[in-house]
Design a protein around this ligand. Structure first.
Ligand code: B1M
Length: 215
């Protein structure tokens, strides 16, 4: 079994204690960090999600797999983040109200930081007014990034954008959204400025939106 497959199996089985060591071994062997992430770790979470959907595992097992993945991500972080100098811009990030999923959001934040941004991460279950408070506290922030993992919390993306419009601050920022159930069509429907499917393309999108703001 390849090291990347070993990592995937360890995450699927919630082997929290061994994942970090396996990721470090894979890096030491010269395996590309993005292969470890995309094939080993994100692939494993897809398997976990499928098993949950089929009632083969339940929330506690899903939680343990998430913990195992986080241990691996901790080891991968330095390899994924480019050594940045001066930040190119500020970005406010959070998982919307009612939603506790943060693994994807954290990866997005990491890649955007790697692209040179100063990321203000508001965490999970973030109500619209908290995003607005952060925007007021950081008037030099030009991008707000919203993540949602549940179909039931997708409306919170719309509510957040609507609240930003109502606050009069909509013209001061570009808004990007993403997360497993989110689509470009949904982004168009709720008036977001951009959608991206994964963490790497989120970083590209953030740079593109910043370039648009800076004219
Ligand atoms: Co949850 N969960 N969960 N869960 N969970 C899903 C999302 C689910 C698809 C599983 C399933 O049924 N197959 C399902 C949602 C179904 C739906 O809405 N259609 C589900 C459910 C139902 C639930 C609960 C309701 C279960 C329950 O309690 N009965 C509950 C809800 C809690 C809540 O939020 N209020 C729940 C709870 C949990 C745990 C807490 C146990 C745990 C989360 C732990 C944590 O995040 N700290 C958990 C987990 C681990 C999952 C799965 C298995 C894995 C999610 C994950 O981390 N994926 C997930 C199944 C799956 O995704 N296949 C599932 C890996 C991660 C790297 O990918 O988050 O998609 P992802 O992020 C990607 C992209 O989406 C994108 O880039 C990331 C990196 O490439 N992206 C963005 C994300 N945000 C972005 C923002 C952007 C751009 C791109 O711009 C701003």
């Amino acid at each position: 079994m390849s090291k990347v497959q070993e990592i995937a199996t360890a995450i699927e089985n919630g082997k929290v204690k061994i994942v970090a060591g396996l990721v470090q071994e894979a890096l030491d062997e010269g395996t590309d960090a993005s292969e470890i992430l995309n094939v080993g770790m994100i692939g494993a979470m897809a398997v976990v999600g499928e098993k949950f959907k089929n009632n083969e595992i339940f929330v506690p097992e899903m939680l343990i797999a998430a913990r195992a993945m986080k241990k691996g991500v901790e080891v991968l972080t330095p390899a994924l983040k480019a050594a940045g100098s001066e930040p190119i811009g500020k970005l406010i990030l959070g998982t919307v109200a009612g939603d506790l999923h943060d693994i994807g959001k954290n990866l997005v934040g990491m890649m955007i930081e790697g692209a040179g941004f100063d990321v203000i991460d508001l965490g999970v279950d973030v109500p619209a007014d908290k995003f607005i408070e952060a925007m007021k506290a950081n008037p030099d922030c030009k991008i707000v990034a919203l993540s949602a993992l549940l179909t039931t919390t997708m409306p919170a993306i719309k509510n957040t954008i609507d609240a930003i419009v109502a606050s009069g601050l909509r013209d001061t920022v570009k808004i990007m959204i993403g997360g497993a159930p989110v689509t470009q069509a949904f982004a168009d429907e709720v008036g977001a400025d951009g959608y991206s499917e994964d963490a790497a393309s989120a970083a590209e999108l953030a740079k593109k939106l910043l370039a648009e703001v800076n004219g």
